[in-house]
Design a protein around this ligand. Structure first.
Ligand code: HEC
Ligand code: HEC
Length: 346
């Protein structure tokens, strides 16, 4: 008994003093850009408020570990279990209650066919046909500060389905998500049997999910060689930008803000620019895009003197947002970008 006590103290000591990951810091570093510092949400869904009172620990843990492939939520495969647990502890520190909900892993067996019918009537307007949450007008919430719009999450997503057990999905539909447009069982006007049917239908997405076909040219960053030196390449780019009706912002060295001014590598420059008409059109369709726009071309002179141009692949970025209309606009943006690069490196 005494030995056990000593051992317990020792582990407590080592884990808190020597190696305990700091959940608050980890959250700020890995999550706050999208979910906001206090969990209010932004690009990512809100995590605080009524919601955090009900989150099962396991669901949060798995959501962070597995992410939502094809959606914006990344999989944090490099964080240790202890680090993820520390992040979850930090999120739980927002709770007003001290208990944590748990939901049984047992399967809910409803009528999938009936669930499908109900889903089309009650859910697909927001979550998309087949749970893809794709397309125009998939839910706009005005509940967030700065009127952030929340795109309903995809329910056919393998990360979501692996993280959420049937009873947690059931609970989510039962209570809805207060403060957002996600309705509750009462508002949806469905009885308990119908609720089970819908849960079984959502579970059935597991077998029908098709990941995006990965095409070879679909690298997230495109790299081009410039036949010119660093200065000429930048001058060319600026000239072409004007010709193509892009506005550009003051020069920004890539390491600016990261390194002391006298240590900045002056052979790496990010040119940021935009075509405001295209930009506003895209932001109207998908406000979360604000994070990745304006466009930028980064010009880097390598040690061997070769000058390279790096641009974000708009097609890949737009695809992350699963929005057909946005993808079409991004396609046009992509074409202008390619025209720009071609002109500047001709
Ligand atoms: C009016 C639009 C709307 C309708 C209708 C709607 N939802 Fe939602 N749903 C949302 C939004 C928005 C969210 C995200 C809310 C949040 O948590 O911030 C959401 C969240 C969810 C979640 C949680 C997913 C996750 O990633 O945490 C589930 C499950 C869900 N909805 C299922 C359903 C089902 C099933 C129906 C039909 C019975 C339905 N919803 C109807 C808008 C809607
Ligand atoms: C690049 C943006 C981004 C980052 C970074 C990010 N998330 Fe998310 N997160 C999202 C989006 C977007 C969703 C909604 C998924 C969808 O649309 O299907 C989401 C969903 C979630 C959900 C499900 C919420 C619900 O209602 O059930 C949780 C939990 C979550 N994120 C936690 C985290 C945590 C914790 C971190 C940091 C370790 C993190 N996220 C980092 C964008 C992000």
């Amino acid at each position: 008994m005494r030995q056990l006590f000593v051992f317990a103290c020792f582990t407590l000591f080592t884990s808190t003093v020597i190696s305990a990951p700091d959940g608050h810091n980890l959250y700020n570093k890995h999550c706050s850009v999208c979910h906001n510092e206090n969990g209010m949400g932004g690009i990512g869904l809100p995590l605080n408020g009524d919601k955090v009172e009900h989150f099962p620990r396991n669901y949060l843990f798995k959501t962070v570990r597995l992410g939502r492939e094809g959606r914006v939520m990344p999989a944090f495969s490099k964080l240790s279990d202890a680090q993820i647990n520390a992040i979850v502890d930090y999120i739980f520190s927002w709770k007003k209650t001290t208990t944590t909900d748990t939901y049984s892993d047992s399967k809910i067996t409803g009528d999938v066919k009936n669930g499908e019918l109900l889903f089309q009537q009650k859910c697909s307007a927001c979550h998309g046909k087949d749970g893809k949450s794709e397309g125009i007008g998939t839910g706009v919430s005005v509940s967030r500060e700065r009127k952030f719009q929340v795109v309903p999450p995809a329910l056919n997503n393998p990360g979501f389905l692996a993280a959420a057990n049937d009873h947690w999905i059931r609970q989510t539909i039962k209570t809805g998500r207060p403060g957002t447009i996600m309705p509750s069982q009462t508002t949806l006007q469905i009885n308990d049997q119908q609720l089970d049917d819908i849960v079984s239908y959502v579970r059935s997405f597991e077998s029908s999910y098709q990941p995006h076909a990965a095409l070879e040219e679909d690298e997230p960053t495109l790299v081009f060689d410039s036949p010119y030196d660093f200065k000429t390449t930048i001058a060319n780019l600026k000239q072409s930008l004007q010709g193509l009706n892009f506005r550009y912002f003051p020069d920004r060295y890539m390491e600016m803000g990261l390194a002391p001014d006298n240590k900045i590598n002056k052979k790496q420059l990010s040119l940021r620019f935009c075509n405001f008409k295209q930009l506003y059109k895209m932001i109207n369709i998908e406000p979360r895009l604000g994070v990745v726009l304006p466009c930028r071309v980064t010009v880097v002179e390598q040690a061997d003197g070769q000058v390279k141009l790096y641009v974000m692949n708009m097609k890949v970025v737009a695809r992350l947002f699963n929005n057909t209309q946005l993808s079409e606009t991004a396609e046009k943006m992509h074409e202008s970008l390619m025209e720009l690069i071609e002109e500047a490196t001709l």
